[in-house]
Design a protein around this ligand. Structure first.
Ligand code: F6R
Length: 597
């Protein structure tokens, strides 16, 4: 959600910033801009649209310097045009800022500053920061920024520069920001991906911290100016993990990476049929689990409820993080609140975890991005190790999350001294290979996508553990192909959605071969008799006759079935979007990592 990169060093900054922005483009892509300190002036270029528009601008060639900041935007306040693109300048064009987040009291501040003679150009909330810093500026950018930040309500990941000083000031509250420590060069970035090719040494800024970087040095303080010592971390990713490696899109690459990603989630966690997790609390004493998450991660939480209630017989609640945070949730002794988040930066999930902690709940995270804010906020947790997920639509993180929940569930049983189902543990180890076989059917799925691409709406149906898979199939389709889709529990269909069915209306059933299959067969007949088109994802070969199209997945244990069943749905959405000419990596109005409310 908005990408920031800033650099101070000896290198030519424009190409470095453009390249960094491209890596960060998945965070927002409606406009972009950069500013460079050049001959003691600020040279600025902004463009509406993607970073390629910025890159094409002829003025770019005339900008040079070795200190600069850049931004790719996901609009909150103000339409995505050139004026509203970042960086924003003060009245004298001597101070430039880029901002990720929302300034909640911007309207009031703007009025005060206008009365003091400041002239505003854009409709953004962010511009107020530049004028506020200008107001406080008496030759020290760090001091002026700190003073300005004390007046601000809301969230920020911020980078600031002045034509008068060879430094960049960065600050965070609620929106992620890291420092990259290089050799005679320093970086500021929204996430590690943007600077990975230059340095793997990073410092994670925490809320209300302000950093000042020059090419040789950095210092960090709180917003009262008190110095803070921070640990330098080493990033474990490699640069090739954030490249497409011959795939047309990151989303397709990430779908295909799932067998490997699942192996990574399992690595070192099953030994001699025992589950090895290092949690720093006594999980066997937990009496209730509350999952909090958003979007796709919320769907894996729903699957988690099925898994944990079945295996552990512990009651599980699943809440949207955005609802949990404001509903004055009831937390009792023995409750464990688990945040599920790919990015570890989702604002609602972070706030929900803080709310849970304020109510003295034990907290845990199931997170993909190492070092992310939520992973540092929770008491304990496990990382997915699925590798960087760049495509806006979450795929490999979802399957990793379901697997991680299953490991936690088995671990609880093991810790309680109960017998765990070894055949399930064995099946887990076979899962990556089973997932791999699904890709043998890629062409078939592509053909089905081609058949269905003009449909105006879809219904996805699943029962039990596959109901959340239906929800996930519908979410994937609507977010990247812009086709309306709904997910429903199969049997619930007759209580309303059946009214939608007419000739050729596509209904996708996600079906395991189990005691509910027969019940679902009646629902299939009900759709068929009204002319609906039946597409079934299943391991059950006997369903061939009843389906218009059938996609087989390998048979597996119920608890693992969502992981295999979702893969054809991800592929189907991907191919429909691609065939419609939509870029599935950057669907309209969306951005990866939602760091605003
Ligand atoms: C959908 C998708 C979103 C995210 C949601 C939560 O494909 O990617 O719905 O799942 O924004 O994000 P994380 O998991 O990063 O907290």
């Amino acid at each position: 959600m908005c990408g920031i990169i800033a650099y101070a060093g000896d290198r030519e900054v424009v190409p470095l910033l453009i390249k960094g922005l491209k890596t960060l483009e998945y965070r927002g892509y409606d406009s972009a801009g950069l500013v460079v300190k050049q001959n003691n002036q600020l040279g600025i270029i902004k463009r509406a649209g993607r970073i390629s528009e910025l890159e094409k601008s002829p003025e770019l060639g005339s900008l040079n310097g070795s200190i600069g900041i850049a931004h790719t935007r996901w609009a909150t306040h103000g339409v995505p045009n050139e004026t509203n693109a970042h960086p924003h300048l003060d009245c004298k064009k001597e101070i430039a800022i880029v901002h990720n987040g929302i300034i909640e009291n911007y309207a009031g501040l703007r009025e005060i500053l206008k009365k003091k003679g400041h002239n505003f150009i854009s409709n953004t909330d962010s511009e107020v920061i530049a004028h506020l810093i200008e107001d406080f500026y008496h030759g020290d950018l760090t001091e002026a920024t700190i003073n300005a930040l004390r007046c601000i309500d809301g969230t920020f990941g911020l980078a600031v520069m002045s034509k008068n000083e060879d430094k960049i000031v960065a600050a965070r509250r609620g929106s992620p920001l890291i420092l990259g420590v290089g050799d005679h060069e320093m970086f500021v970035c929204s996430d590690a991906a943007g600077i990975l090719e230059h340095t793997k040494k990073v410092i994670y800024l925490d809320d209300n911290e302000v950093a000042t970087i020059t090419k040789e040095n950095y210092s960090i303080s709180d917003i009262y100016g008190n110095g803070i010592d921070k640990k330098v971390h080493e990033i474990k990713w490699s640069i090739d993990q954030i490249e497409k490696k011959g795939f047309k899109h990151f989303m397709l690459k990430e779908i295909f990476e799932q067998p490997d990603a699942l192996e990574n989630t399992l690595r070192g966690r099953i030994k001699d049929k025992n589950i090895k997790l290092s949690l720093n609390f006594d999980i066997k004493s937990i009496k209730r689990i509350i999952f909090i998450a958003c979007g796709t991660s919320w769907h894996s939480a729903l699957i988690g409820k099925y898994i944990i209630e079945k295996i552990n017989r512990i009651p599980v609640d699943v809440d949207y993080a955005s609802e949990f945070r404001y509903k004055n949730p009831i937390i009792k002794e023995g409750d464990l609140v688990i945040a599920i988040s790919q990015s570890g930066e989702t604002a609602d999930t972070l706030a929900a975890i803080k709310e849970a902690k304020a109510k003295k709940a034990k907290t845990m995270g199931i997170i993909n991005v190492v070092g992310s804010t939520i992973s540092r906020e929770v008491d304990s947790g496990i990382y997915l190790h699925s590798g960087p997920e760049i495509g806006v639509a979450s795929t490999k993180a979802f399957t990793g999350q379901v697997l991680a929940i299953l490991l936690i569930s088995l671990y609880i049983e093991q810790e309680k001294g109960n017998k765990i189902e070894y055949s399930l543990v064995e099946e887990i180890t076979r899962l990556p290979e089973k997932a791999r076989t699904i890709f043998n059917d890629t062409e078939k799925i592509k053909n089905i996508a081609n058949d269905l691409r003009e449909s105006k709406a879809f219904l996805f149906l699943g029962r039990g553990i596959n109901f959340p898979v239906a929800l996930e199939g519908a979410l994937k389709l609507k977010e990247i192909s812009y086709i309306h889709a709904e997910g429903y529990p199969t049997a619930e269909m007759k209580h309303g959605p059946i009214a939608l069915i007419e000739k050729d209306f596509p209904v996708i059933f996600v079906l395991n071969k189990d005691n509910l299959t027969k019940k679902c067969l009646s629902n299939i007949e009900e759709i068929k008799s009204r002319g609906g088109k039946i597409i079934i994802v299943t391991s059950d070969k006997e369903l061939k006759e009843i389906a218009d199209k059938i996609i087989y997945v390998p048979a597996t244990k119920e608890e693992l079935s969502p992981i295999l069943n979702v893969i054809p749905l991800q592929l189907l959405s991907y191919y429909i979007a691609d065939l419609k000419g939509i870029d599935p990596d950057k669907p309209r109005n969306l951005a990866k990592s939602v760091t605003v409310e």
